[in-house]
Design a binder for this molecule. Structure first.
Ligand SMILES: [Zn+2]
Ligand SMILES: [Zn+2]
Length: 422
C-alpha cells in the first residue's frame, strides 16, 4: 500500500518510523518495539538467573525515583504477562529528609494506587528515634551518608520481616553497578567487588566492620539495564516518578566514577556492560583463587539483627548519636574509642562503650509498631495524564531528544578532562 518506502523505518518491525535510537545497541526503533525489547531483556535476566520461584513474596524497594518506579511497573507487567506467580509489594523507607523524601513518598503513594500494589513505609524516626534531618543537625553534612546507608539496609530488612517477604528487589541499574565495579577496582576491594557483581545476594552490609548477612534475599533485575533506557521507558510510558536527588548526598567519589563512565560510554556504547562483565570475570577468578575468611556471624546483643560483632553497625552508630559522640562507628573507630576511654578516665566516670544494655533500638516488638501498611485505593490507571499531545512521532522524538540532552547537560556540567583522544 505505501507507495513510497518508509523514511527511517524501525530496525525491528520495519513497518513504522523509528522515533528513538537505543542507547544500549544503537538500533533505531519505534516506540512499541523499544518497549518490547526493554521488557523482554528484563524478563530474560529474571529467568536466566532464576531470581524468583512461584509463590515468592517480593518487596520492591520503592523510592519514587525513576529506577524503582519503572521496576515496579515492569515487574507487575511481567508477573502478569508470564505468570510468574509472585506476590508483589512496595516497601519504602522514610529517612526523614524534609523537602526530598516527603515529596518522593507522595509519588510512591500514587504508584501504589496506579499499579494496585500494597505499600509499607518504615521510618528512621520510628525505628531509631532519629530522622536524617535530626542526624544532620547533630553531625553536619559530613559522614551523614554513612548513617543513612547503614540505617537503610537494616530498615529494608525490618520492613521485609514485617511484610513477611522472602525477597527484596531494588532498582540498581547497569550504570550504578558499573560505577560500583570501578570504585571497588580502584580501591582494590575484592569482597565488595564480588558482592556488587552478584545479581542476587543475602549480604546486606557494605561497611568495613564486617559483613552483616540477612535471611532476606536481594536482587537487581536491572543489572544489565541502561539508565538512559530507563529514563526513555519512563518518558514514553508517561510514568509518574520523582526526579530530585537527595539534598544530603554529594558522593564525590561516586560522582567521579560516574563522569568517567559517561566519557567511556561516549566513545563506546557497550562500555557499561563491558565493565560489568569485567567485574564478573574478576570476581569469578577471585573466588576460584582465594579462601576468603568470612566473619563468624552472631546476632546483635541489643537489637537482634544479624551481625559479625556484639553490636551491629546501626546500634554502634546510634550509641554514638545518643551519647553525643557521633564519630563513633564512622571510620577511625579505634581512635575515637581510645579518645572516649581517655575522656572517661579523666572525668572519673566509666560508661563502657557499646554493650548489651540501654535499649536504644527496640527489638522486633517495637519495630512492628513502627509502620503502617496502606492498601491501594481504587484507581488503576497507569497513565499519569500528562498533557503531551500525540499528534506526531516527530514531536515525541524531538521531545525525548531534548529530554536526553538535559540529562547529558546535567552530566556534562560535572565533566572532567575528556578521555577522547585523537
Ligand atoms: Zn518497530
Ligand atoms: Zn543492633
Amino acid at each position: 500500500m505505501p507507495s513510497k518506502p518508509l523514511k527511517n523505518p524501525c530496525n525491528l518491525c520495519q513497518s513504522v518510523r523509528a522515533i528513538l535510537k537505543r542507547p544500549k545497541t544503537g538500533q533505531q526503533l519505534c516506540k512499541e518495539c523499544f518497549f518490547h525489547v526493554f521488557e523482554t531483556e528484563i524478563h530474560n535476566t529474571i529467568v536466566d538467573n532464576k531470581l524468583f520461584k512461584r509463590g515468592d513474596r517480593v518487596a520492591i524497594g520503592a523510592s519514587g525515583g525513576k529506577d524503582s518506579t519503572v521496576l515496579a511497573y515492569v515487574l507487575k507487567l511481567l508477573n502478569d504477562r508470564y505468570d510468574y506467580g509472585l506476590d508483589l509489594m512496595l516497601l519504602s523507607i522514610d529517612e526523614g529528609i524534609t523537602g526530598y523524601r516527603d515529596d518522593s513518598l507522595e509519588t510512591v503513594k500514587r504508584n501504589r494506587d496506579q499499579y494496585q500494589i500494597p505499600l509499607l513505609i518504615v521510618s528512621y524516626k520510628e525505628l531509631y528515634g532519629w530522622s536524617m534531618d535530626d542526624i544532620v543537625k547533630e553531625i553536619g553534612r559530613k559522614n551523614n551518608c554513612t548513617f543513612c546507608g547503614v540505617f537503610r539496609r537494616q530498615a529494608l530488612d525490618r520492613g521485609a520481616i514485617m511484610l513477611n517477604v522472602d525477597h527484596i528487589v531494588t532498582g540498581h541499574n547497569a550504570d550504578d553497578i558499573a560505577e560500583t565495579v570501578l570504585m571497588n577496582i580502584l580501591r582494590g576491594d575484592l569482597p565488595r567487588l564480588q558482592r556488587c557483581t552478584s545479581i542476587i545476594t543475602n549480604d546486606t552490609s557494605e561497611d568495613s566492620s564486617g559483613i552483616e548477612t540477612s535471611k532476606v534475599l536481594r536482587s537487581k533485575p536491572f543489572k544489565y539495564t541502561y539508565e538512559k533506557e530507563i529514563v526513555m521507558y519512563a518518558y514514553f510510558k508517561k510514568l509518574d516518578y520523582f526526579s530530585t536527588e537527595c539534598i544530603y548526598s554529594p558522593n564525590a567519589y561516586r560522582g567521579h566514577a560516574r563522569v568517567f563512565l559517561k566519557d567511556l560510554e561516549q566513545v563506546r556504547r557497550t562500555s557499561i556492560v563491558d565493565i560489568i562483565h569485567s567485574g564478573e570475570a574478576l570476581s569469578a577468578s577471585v573466588v576460584a583463587n582465594t579462601t576468603t575468611k568470612l566473619p563468624t556471624l552472631t546476632t546483635c546483643t541489643r537489637c537482634g539483627y544479624i551481625s559479625s560483632n556484639a553490636l551491629c553497625k546501626a546500634c554502634l552508630l546510634l550509641e554514638g548519636l545518643n551519647r553525643g559522640l557521633p564519630q563513633l562507628g564512622v571510620g577511625h573507630s579505634a581512635k575515637i574509642r581510645r579518645q572516649h576511654e581517655e575522656r572517661q578516665r579523666d572525668s572519673g566516670t566509666s560508661t563502657p562503650l557499646p554493650t548489651s544494655s540501654s535499649p536504644v533500638v527496640g527489638g522486633e516488638e517495637s519495630t512492628v509498631l513502627a509502620a503502617t501498611v496502606t492498601l491501594p485505593s481504587s484507581t488503576s490507571s497507569v497513565d499519569t495524564g500528562n498533557a503531551q499531545t500525540k499528534d506526531g512521532l516527530d514531536y515525541e522524538a524531538k521531545v525525548v531528544v531534548t529530554h536526553m540532552k538535559d540529562l547529558e547537560t546535567r552530566i556534562g556540567q560535572l565533566q572532567m578532562p575528556s578521555l577522547h583522544s585523537t
